[in-house]
Ligand binder design. Structure first.
Ligand SMILES: [Mg+2]
Length: 237
């Protein structure tokens, strides 16, 4: 979920292989095992309940989320007047939200358990578009909820980062994200990736059908676990 996620993933001339200059060094610094599968998971709305946390924050700002579509811009409204917050105010609002709430987001049920179970056969990294300044807070929050995995603070599409990770591990790759254009960029950048379209929030999941660039669509970590486990087994792990 971003402020401007389109319902249909048009990469609009964006390079699916783009890799932000601050992202590559984070990848190169990881201790990854060559030959062992890798699960690359988004955080917001996959491991942590982003929408639920955002709604708590909006309450403190006299705002609420009127989920009419898979987008934040236009759907965040003032409690008193009912007016939608203008797009120009969204960056500051989201910055305020992440600064105040990254440490306290609540995990998606079953995420930690599923990843722990899969860790026998795969290494796990979290690829999240959190701001670089909030990265360590995100690391601590995930660890506090049983998900002490390396975190890469990404910027932009995720295809470039996933491709680089795939080159390093030379093994099967699983990717989970809620945002269609991230799935599309990974499909373009590293086609063999097993792609899971995961949206924790049931309302959002209903607003947005399965991404055409995903192999599996779910709101449930037990089901995601079974899908990933089956793919790893097929791949010989
Ligand atoms: Mg997300």
């Amino acid at each position: 979920m971003t402020t401007t996620a389109p319902a249909t993933p048009h990469l609009r001339g964006l390079d699916p292989l783009a890799l932000h200059e601050e992202v590559l060094p984070q990848i190169e610094a990881l201790s990854l095992v060559r030959g062992k599968p890798i699960i690359v998971s988004d955080c917001d709305e996959v491991l942590m309940q982003f929408i639920a946390g955002l709604e708590l924050y909006l309450e403190t700002q006299g705002l609420w989320l009127d989920l009419q579509s898979f987008a934040l811009t236009g759907n965040i409204k003032r409690r008193d007047t009912g007016e939608a917050l203008p797009a120009s105010e969204m960056p500051a609002l989201m910055q305020g939200f992440f600064a105040s709430s990254t440490h306290s987001l609540i995990p998606v049920p079953g995420a930690a358990k599923a990843l722990t179970a899969l860790s026998n056969r795969a290494q796990v990294v979290v690829l999240t578009n959190v701001s670089f300044s909030e990265k360590e807070t995100r690391v601590r929050n995930l660890a506090a909820h049983g998900m002490a995995y390396p975190v890469i603070a990404n910027k932009g599409l995720k295809g470039g980062a996933v491709k680089r990770l795939a080159e390093i591990v030379e093994a099967p790759v699983v990717f989970l994200d809620d945002i269609p254009h991230n799935l599309a960029s990974v499909a373009a950048a590293h086609a063999p990736t097993h792609r899971v379209h995961f949206i924790a929030d049931q309302r959002l999941a209903k607003l947005l059908g399965p991404s055409e660039h995903s192999h599996f669509h779910t709101t449930d970590w037990a089901k995601a676990h079974d899908f990933i486990s089956a793919r790893l087994e097929e791949d010989g792990f």
